[in-house]
Design a protein around this ligand. Structure first.
Ligand SMILES: [Cu+2]
Length: 185
């Protein structure tokens, strides 16, 4: 049996970054694999874009962040500000999602037009084992998750009120630029 999920991905922080990143994602879950397809348009060009699904380990339904989540009113919705509605970073869409290694440089890079396409076949049992290790649940619950696309160039000036530093990566890497609710297709 194959379960299918999809997400329409809409811009976040568009006014501040001067781009309106948008796109779509599909997820196909079979017995053995999770097949992921993500395509994005109009992202900041020539930039690596972190992308993940975010959610709540306790099973609460995650929602997409909007301007309303700009708690400190600095004009930016940064990564920490998404957490009350979207939960925490869970699974990366990078070279090896099943490793659940969030902090690396193995995410897609947009071309000169701001386009990128990400396709990955993930071994589901490995991912579920790792997911259980991290969150105590061996089910991904994709229909309770949201997908985030992050990343603006270092050259974009961010006020010091924009948070989101993760290890050695600063808020440019983690700034959310687009988000979509994952739903059963
Ligand atoms: Cu993320």
């Amino acid at each position: 049996m194959v379960e299918k999920y999809k997400a329409d991905i809409v811009p976040l922080n568009a006014e501040k970054i001067g781009k309106k990143p948008h796109g779509s994602a599909t997820f196909e879950v079979s017995d053995d694999n999770l097949i992921i397809d993500i395509e994005m348009f109009d992202t900041p060009e020539n930039t690596q874009h972190w992308e993940h699904f975010h959610g709540f380990p306790d099973g609460k339904d995650a929602e997409i962040a909007t301007e309303a989540q700009d708690a400190n009113k600095d004009g930016f919705v940064d990564l920490p500000e998404t957490e009350p509605v979207s939960g925490t970073t869970m699974v990366p869409f990078n070279d090896a999602p099943e490793k659940m290694d969030i902090r690396n440089d193995e995410y897609p890079v947009s071309d000169a037009a701001g386009h990128f396409k990400y396709e990955k076949i993930v071994p589901l049992s490995a991912l579920k084992a790792k997911f259980k290790e991290a969150f105590g649940d061996d089910q991904l619950h994709l229909d309770k998750r949201v997908i985030y696309i992050h990343g603006v160039p270092d050259s974009l000036e961010l006020p010091s009120t924009v948070a989101g530093e993760v290890g050695s990566y600063d808020a440019h890497v983690t700034l959310p630029i687009a988000v979509g609710k994952i739903e059963k297709a």
